[in-house]
Every structure is written in structure tokens, then in C-alpha cells.
Ligand binder design. Structure first.
Ligand code: NDP
Length: 282
């Protein structure tokens, strides 16, 4: 059987663990696929995706900074990708590009099922308004927290996210507002860091009193890049969790969209954690 090709497209992608995750999913489910890293120039996302599709690619994940561009590129969007205006998953159906977004499912699944933390009724601070934040806001609202507050360095982007999700927030009975990054409010039950600040070695983007003692501070980053945020959360009494579980869960949903087979996310997450720990210790 010829292996079908998939990839992760972004800039940078050298750090991505997605090839390892999808290779394990393929082994465990008996699917014949390959999965590669595809760095795209900042002005060359569409060309990179097009060339990959023309060379026989069947689909790709999309990572920063291209998730919004991926939604514009797609010929058809799933309802959740349409709401987000951003895609992390593309499927090639002949010449047509079908866009979806599995980031939100990944985050909610990791918080609620893996970490055992309810989102319903809680006060949530979402830091960031990039492609990742756009993908998770809808699924967070659908969990019916008491409120979701969005803070971003560029406030206009947070306002745009709020406007896009206002109707869903009303339907779910959730208060949704935008606040300044340096004064987001205090004592949130769940703080989600969806910024790329730590990739560039930046400081923790919100003040520590946004955290509530004993509650959850979630960084979408993982590995060494998440360490400063996790240490900061713990130093201020919150429970820190990195984005490795989200990464594996969103990948599992993408794999399911492409292959129609649901891979075992839990065991793969445990293996990946052990691998990262061994690398850190080496
Ligand atoms: P984007 O490039 O689309 O957005 C980046 C976001 O980070 C924007 O909100 C941007 O603010 C903010 N930002 C960047 N630098 C700084 C800084 N120095 N201080 C404050 N804010 C900053 O990226 P994505 O949204 O796609 O990804 C964001 C992060 O989430 C990445 O680190 C990515 O690796 C991670 N991620 C993890 C996933 C997982 O499965 N664990 C899935 C998806 C993403 P502004 O708008 O002002 O530029």
C-alpha cells in the first residue's frame, strides 16, 4: 500500500512534535501515512500548500502564523472553522480544500477530560487573539463558563474575536468581554495563555493577580517554552498545565478527519511526556 502524505505547515515548524504524534497514531491504527514538517515563507503559505497538494499531499495541519490565511484559502469551511475564521486542519478533496479547526476540541478535551477541571460556571481569561485563541473561543463558550474575558497585546484583534463570537456567547448565556492585557481583572478560575510570547523569549503577558490560588493556569506551549509560564503560575499558587495534552488531542481529531479512524490519544500523550522528560534529562 502506498503511504499517503500529510504535513504541518508553519513558520517555524522545526520544534513541532506533530510528525512524531501522527507517526505513532499511524502505527497504532495501522494507517499507511507519512507526515512531514513543511516550513513556509511568510509570504508563501498558499504556494507551499498548493505545491504539497500537487505533489500528492492529502492534507495538512496549519500552525502559526498561518491559521487565518488557511481559512481564506479553503474552498469550504466546517462550522467551527467558519466561526473561528481560522483553520488548523486542511483536507484535500481533489482540487478542493476543506478547512476545519480542531484546536478548541483539543483544549476543552484536555482541560475537562484529562485534567478533570470543569469549565462550566467558571471565570475564564483567554490571553491572546491569534489563530489559536480564535480556534478555542467557540468551544470554550459552548462549555458555558460564567464569563470569558479576552486580553491581547493588539486590542483590535481581541475586539474582532469578541464580535465574531457575540451571538454564540449570548446563546450560551456567557458574558464575553475584552480587557486590557495589563489590567485583565483578578482571580480567574482558568487562565489560558494562547500567546506566542514565550517563543520569542518574552515575559509572561498578564499580571499575577489574574491567577486564583488553587485554580488552573494553562499554557498552550509545551516543553521548555512552557517552563517560565508554569513556574510563574506555581509561584503564585495556581496549578500550571502545559499544552501537550491539547496538542495530542487536536492531532487526534485531525487524524480522525483525514483517516476516519480515531487514534488512542491518552497512551500517545503518556509516551510523548516520557519522551520529552527523557530529552530534558539527557
Ligand atoms: P499567532 O501568530 O496567530 O498569534 C500569536 C499571538 O501571540 C497573538 O495574540 C499575539 O499578539 C501574541 N503575542 C506574540 N508575541 C507576544 C508578546 N511578546 N507579548 C504578548 N503577546 C504576544 O499564533 P497562534 O495563535 O497560532 O499560536 C499561539 C501559541 O499557541 C503558539 O505558541 C503556539 O505554538 C501555541 N499553540 C499550541 C497548540 C497546542 O496544541 N498546544 C495549538 C495551537 C497553538 P498580537 O495579536 O498583538 O500580535
Amino acid at each position: 500500500m502506498t503511504a499517503e502524505r500529510y504535513a504541518v505547515v508553519g513558520q517555524p515548524v522545526a520544534h513541532s512534535r506533530s510528525p512524531w504524534i501522527h507517526a505513532r497514531f499511524a502505527e497504532l491504527t495501522g494507517q499507511a501515512i507519512t507526515y512531514e514538517r513543511l516550513p513556509a515563507p511568510l509570504d508563501g503559505f498558499a504556494a507551499t500548500v498548493g505545491a504539497f497538494r500537487d505533489a500528492g499531499g492529502r492534507g495538512c495541519n496549519v500552525t502559526l502564523p498561518f491559521k487565518f490565511e488557511a481559512a481564506r484559502l479553503a474552498d469550504e469551511l466546517s462550522p467551527r472553522a467558519q466561526l473561528a475564521g481560522a483553520c488548523n486542519t486542511l483536507r484535500f478533496d481533489g482540487a478542493r480544500v476543506i478547512g476545519d479547526n480542531t484546536d478548541g476540541v483539543g483544549l476543552v478535551c484536555d482541560i475537562v477530560q484529562q485534567a478533570g477541571v470543569a469549565i462550566a460556571g467558571q471565570r475564564v481569561l483567554l490571553v491572546g487573539a491569534g489563530g489559536a485563541a480564535a480556534g478555542v473561543l467557540g468551544p470554550l463558550l459552548e462549555q458555558r463558563p460564567a464569563e470569558v474575558v479576552v486580553a491581547n497585546r493588539t486590542r483590535d484583534k481581541a475586539e474582532a474575536l469578541r464580535a465574531q463570537h457575540a451571538a454564540l456567547a449570548t446563546r450560551c448565556g456567557v458574558r464575553l468581554q475584552v480587557v486590557p492585557l495589563d489590567r485583565p481583572g483578578t482571580a480567574f478560575d482558568i487562565v489560558v495563555n494562547a500567546t506566542a510570547a514565550s517563543l520569542a523569549g518574552g515575559a509572561i503577558p498578564v499580571p499575577a493577580d489574574a491567577l486564583r490560588s488553587g485554580k488552573l493556569a494553562y499554557d498552550m506551549m509545551y516543553g521548555a517554552a512552557a517552563a517560565p509560564f508554569l513556574a510563574w503560575a506555581q509561584a503564585h499558587g495556581a496549578i500550571g498545565r502545559d499544552g501537550l495534552g491539547m496538542l495530542v488531542e487536536q492531532a487526534a481529531e485531525s487524524f480522525f478527519l483525514w483517516r476516519g479512524v480515531r487514534p488512542p490519544a491518552g497512551p500517545v500523550l503518556a509516551e510523548l511526556r516520557a519522551l520529552l522528560a527523557a530529552e530534558g534529562a539527557a
